[in-house]
Every structure is written in structure tokens, then in C-alpha cells.
Write a protein that binds this ligand. Structure first.
Ligand code: C5P
Length: 306
């Protein structure tokens, strides 16, 4: 059973107050892009995980755990537990989504494992696990996992796991600049809290950007570029100051939008057309401001059996 699952970029990431459970209430506008991991689940004697770089990709996979630290392994155990079967499966992951890059690659693999294992073990005629059950299991694994199941463009609230699809017209052209080494999501959130404490202002309740919703609904790339926001960008730049140069290089090369993707360190640039994206990618490559430069379009479909 092989499942293909997309990366995401956040078009709006508004971080609200810190909650008692350690998470933040968010407005998180997720947008799936055509950069895919593939996960194959094969019946085996026990649970194993192997991770490789996808053909044609340059993603470094050395840091990816192959034990229960891998969210895909935990997803397989969760599905097995619900269905009352042994988690006897070999999970083979081929990664094209940057690792710890702010593009939800780990969450994507977990979503792929949920879907692949459910298809492997559940009854095809009378399934015990509905799509909503998988979304719920996804939310148990991580805030970004449910979105990787549905894909497209969606507004996430709560800690990001409560999803409402957003109306988006047309196709948007993106260029992603990856960085050497990842950034830890909890560390970036903690830096965000520290910055806010230092400023001493009360954190406002996050609201969906009307400007962003209109840009999406009308398919207006320029307006979308102008409406992109990410509250984790400032803390990510403090933790990784070299990203400023990457963002500046993209802006100076004509990107109509530039921001850190999620908690970083991948930087996302919006282009006006497929040709503009190719041009922008070539310039960023030559300038040497990224570990690698990849192009993708959005929105892309969520986890899909292939
Ligand atoms: O849910 P997930 O495990 O992906 O979250 C990783 C970390 O990101 C959390 O441990 C928390 O530090 C931070 N986070 C947060 N608020 C959210 C989502 C994530 O503080 N809404």
C-alpha cells in the first residue's frame, strides 16, 4: 500500500495566547504544495521503519528517527490499537519534504501511515475507521497531521487541528529555499513567547485575514503575496539570522511574496507564473543563499493512495 502525501506552507500563521496545555491557539491557514513524500506499508513480522531520500530529491534524511520517535511508527501503532491487530508492518518512507524544515514533513509521513495502515488492516466492506476517525487519530499525533490528510487550502484553528476548507481559485507557483539543518518547532514557539514577554503586551486573539481569503478566492497571486504573514518568522530569524539574507535575495529577485515557512528554516517565495518561478529558482540557486532550491505548485491534494 503506497500513499503520496504533500508538504505544506502556512499562508497565515497567527499565534494566539499560550494555553494551559503548552500549545497556542492559532489561526493557521495551511496550503498543501506539490512536494511529496511517499510511504509504502508492507505486511511484515514486526514494525520497522526505513527512510530514504526520494529519487530526484536532495533531502538529507540522516536525522530522521527509525524507532517510535518517528511519527509514522506511532501512527501505525495507533491504527493497529484501534483495529485490534498487531502492528506488523514495514514502513518505507521516501522523502522529498525537507526534514525539520517547517513544511510538516514528519506530520505528512504520519498522515500517510494512518491512511496506508487503515487500508491494509481495516475491512474494505465495513470499515471500522471512518475518514473522521483518521482525522481524530491524526490530531492525537500532532497539530499538523489532520491537514496532511485533507490537503488543499484550509483554515486551522484550535492548535491547528480543527480544519475548515478555504475557497481557493487557480494554481499558485512557489519556490522553496531549504537550509542546512532544521529548526525545532517547540524552540521557535518558545522564542516567540520569550519575545512577547519581553515586549510586555497582551497577545491578541488570532483572526482570519480577510485580505488573504479574498486573494485566495479570486486567485490573485499578487494580493496573496502581499497578504502572507507568519508570527513565527521573527523568532525563527532570531534563532537563524542567516535566513534574513535568503528572504532578501528572494524579494530582490522579484518574488511577489516571501516568508519563512511555518517554524522554518525553509523560506517560501511566491512567483507570478511558472516561468517566473523557474527564473526565481535559478537566481536563488546562483546566489548560494540556500542549501537547495525546489519549485512546487499549490494547492495540492492531501494523502492519496497511489
Ligand atoms: O502538535 P505538534 O506535536 O506538531 O507540536 C509541536 C510543538 O509545537 C508543540 O510541542 C508546541 O511546542 C508547539 N505548538 C504550539 N502550539 C500549537 C502547535 C504547536 O505551541 N498550536
Amino acid at each position: 500500500m503506497t500513499v503520496r502525501v504533500p508538504a505544506k506552507v502556512n499562508l497565515q500563521l497567527s499565534v494566539g495566547p499560550l494555553r494551559d496545555d503548552g500549545y497556542h491557539d492559532l489561526v493557521n491557514v495551511f496550503h498543501a504544495v506539490s512536494l511529496f513524500d511517499e510511504l509504502t506499508a508492507v505486511p511484515a513480522a514486526g514494525l520497522t521503519v526505513t527512510v530514504q531520500t526520494a529519487p530526484g530529491s536532495r533531502v538529507a534524511v540522516d536525522g530522521v528517527p527509525t524507532d517510535d520517535g518517528n511519527l509514522a511508527a506511532r501512527a501505525a501503532r495507533l491504527v493497529a490499537g484501534r483495529l485490534g491487530v498487531e502492528p506488523a508492518v514495514a514502513l518505507r518512507i521516501r522523502k522529498a519534504i525537507p526534514v525539520a524544515g517547517g513544511m510538516a514533513g514528519g506530520s505528512a509521513d504520519a498522515a500517510a501511515a494512518l491512511l496506508a495502515c487503515a487500508r491494509l488492516w481495516d475491512s474494505p466492506d465495513e470499515p471500522l475507521l471512518s475518514r473522521d476517525d483518521l482525522l481524530e487519530l491524526g490530531a492525537e499525533l500532532g497539530s499538523d497531521v489532520p491537514f496532511a490528510l485533507i490537503g488543499g487550502t484550509a483554515i486551522g484553528t484550535g492548535r491547528g487541528e480543527q480544519l475548515t476548507p478555504a475557497l481557493a481559485r487557480g494554481t499558485f507557483h512557489w519556490v522553496f529555499a531549504t537550509a542546512d539543518g532544521g529548526l525545532s518547532t517547540p524552540a521557535v514557539y518558545a522564542e516567540c513567547d520569550r519575545l512577547r514577554d519581553a515586549q510586555g503586551e497582551e497577545t491578541p486573539w488570532p483572526e482570519v485575514s480577510e485580505e488573504l481569503m479574498t486573494a485566495l478566492a479570486t486567485g490573485d497571486a499578487k494580493a496573496l503575496g502581499a497578504a502572507l504573514t507568519n508570527d513565527l518568522q521573527a523568532p525563527a530569524l532570531l534563532l537563524r539570522p542567516s535566513l534574513r539574507r535568503t528572504l532578501d535575495a528572494g524579494r530582490e529577485s522579484g518574488a511577489i511574496g516571501a516568508l519563512v515557512s511555518g517554524s522554518g528554516p525553509t523560506c517560501a517565495f511566491l512567483a507570478e507564473s511558472v516561468e517566473h518561478a523557474a527564473e526565481l529558482a535559478a537566481i536563488l540557486d546562483v546566489e548560494g543563499v540556500a542549501e537547495s532550491v525546489v519549485r512546487a505548485t499549490g494547492p495540492a491534494p492531501g494523502a492519496t493512495v497511489i
